[in-house]
Design a protein around this ligand. Sequence first.
Ligand SMILES: CC(C)(COP(=O)(O)OP(=O)(O)OC[C@H]1O[C@@H](n2cnc3c(N)ncnc32)[C@H](O)[C@@H]1OP(=O)(O)O)[C@@H](O)C(=O)NCCC(=O)NCCS
Length: 326
Amino acid sequence: MIRSLATYVPPRVLTNDDFARMVDTTNEWILQRTGIRERHIVDAGVATSDLGKEAAVRAIERAGLTPDDIDLIIVGTVTPDMMFPCTACLVQNKIGAHHAWGFDLNAACSAFTYAVTTASQMIGSGAHDHALVVGADVMSSIIDYKDRSTCVLFGDGAGAVVVSAAGEDDVGRILDFEHEIDGAGGPALYMPAGGSLRPPSHQTIDLRLHYVKQDGQTVFKFAVRKTEEISRRVLERNGLKPSDLDLFVSHQANRRIIQSATGKLGIDESKVIINIERFGNTTAATIPLALNDAVCGGRLKKGDLVLLASVGAGFTVGAVLLRWGF
Ligand SMILES: CC(C)(COP(=O)(O)OP(=O)(O)OC[C@H]1O[C@@H](n2cnc3c(N)ncnc32)[C@H](O)[C@@H]1OP(=O)(O)O)[C@@H](O)C(=O)NCCC(=O)NCCS
């Protein structure tokens, strides 16, 4: 079960009007096409492990545990502090989780759903007691602030949960999951250089290849179709209808994607969390940030049936069905 949740966003905010001063765009266009008003952005020198650490420390505390109780750390991110060591090692060191092993999980916007599933399988096998799952990204480190079609979409942030075995008195459960990848979608959303295929060079920098490149419409259509499809599949397997859900928490990439997919599923908007307005797309952090807003707003309570759903670069697609435990 998910035993605790905490999030962290850096204090500095970039508004749509700030972007209107940087590129050829307007507050109205961004708001109408994406639902985003503002996003949080790190100051120079602040990395993914720093955001992850803030969320992790609070999540562990809220679980009533200490860092020494954590035996596994999974960090979902596409913006590791550096190519290696992995960000899980950096977080482990920063929080002092001396008994944990861990690794990074690269599934872009599906990293949180994939990491929750991985952690729950590790816990379910009996191999571990308490897993820390962190979804954290500093998207501002890979965004081209001269490209109006991508720069307005993304923000920085982190979320963390502790996944533990449910006790007899716990109502919380991770009930089921469904995940898939479709590598044919790679060219629709990717960062061309910086890896082994195109190591950094003057040329890759001159060609601005160390930034996110996206075919927005292809991603949009795939996201709407797959969010609906994967949600239906996991619900049907569990004998559930979309209307049985108490809350639907989708990855926050675009308000129109979420509204279109939930409209097709027939989920009442009162059961759908949309908080992209304040954070933009924080990649691995959107789902914990949305869960946190749901908890704080009294829209997510102990015992609620919740579906998490995500679509991300890769393409990666994920859904996790769970009963909320606190
Ligand atoms: C990126 C996205 C918001 C663009 O919205 P859209 O309605 O598809 O817009 P289009 O790409 O068709 O572009 C329409 C026009 O707006 C322009 N435009 C793009 N960004 C703009 C901006 N920030 N401000 C003003 N105009 C902009 C385009 O240049 C284009 O102009 P043109 O018609 O003169 O060529 C949308 O495609 C999207 O959200 N895609 C999914 C992105 C996503 O979810 N990514 C993460 C996945 S995990």
